[in-house]
Design a protein around this ligand. Sequence first.
Ligand code: NAD
Ligand code: 0WE
Length: 262
Amino acid sequence: MGFLDKKKALIVGVASNRSIAWGIADAMAKQGCEIALTYQNEKLKKRVEKCGEICNSNIIIPCDVASDSSIAQTFTQLKKHWDNFDILVHSVAFAHRTQLDGNYVEVAEREKFAQAHDISSYSFTALAKAANPMLNKNSALLTLSYLGSMRAIPNYNVMGVAKASLEANVRYMAAAMGAEKGIRVNAVSAGPIKTLAASGIKNFGKLLDYAAKSSALKRNVTIEEVGNVAAFLCSDLASGITGEITYVDAGYNFYDTGPNLS
Ligand code: NAD
Ligand code: 0WE
């Protein structure tokens, strides 16, 4: 008996077994959820299929969230397996690498700013729009954010602006989708984790150590910990929670190390 027995979840954003989306798929499967996974491109297909085997899923579909026709095809494919489903997870972000290193105002560019917002924020709305006809009553949608939405964190730059947009998106989507079918929309704001997306970031190891030192729990978080909270938020146990940003960051966002008073 799991708290997601009889639920079906579509998970967008698995690239490897280190992905936060994989932590979420695995946690949901362990609570009895049926899983469908998408992959961004052919290069990632094999790895996502391996993840599918582990969580007993043979529904592995391509989805490039930058393209409306790709999103439409994803749901055409999904419909061949499921008439309806209950959970949609969006675990996707992208900004051009030149945007994530240096002084924000100096490196910012119009097209790359738009691209970051398109793939990291609008795509959540686009997926919700396309999924809506198949979503059951009381379904749950979830996305992944980061503290850079609230604070100006060095080098996070346009991704921080896009995450601020994504968090507002969560509230507007929650307001728009709550009344008709009781659909809930939430985000988990995760602490830093070494994933593929993080491997492209200069000095990510330093950032991890700093985050651990500056957190209440004095450590980093894992994809398993993020996965378990995501599974809870998408379950009926969280039926009263919508439009919220839940921090899973080992107590970093509120913690102040203070001056040395000794
Ligand atoms: P990841 O590289 O494993 O996942 C990022 C995913 O985005 C990949 O699966 C990639 O294929 C997908 N993606 C990018 N562009 C896409 C497109 N056009 N169409 C479809 N998919 C596309 O890295 P991750 O760290 O697991 O990132 C997942 C989410 O978690 C992101 O939203 C990220 O901002 C967020 N997050 C990450 C951290 C961290 O430190 N790793 C912390 C907080 C939040
Ligand atoms: O959201 C993210 C990173 C998302 C991301 C990563 C890349 C690397 C490769 C988006 N686009 C790209 N583009 C690439 O070309 N995180 C929360 C992880 C992260 O990234 C940072 C961080 C943290 C934390 C960048 C600078 C500072 C901190």
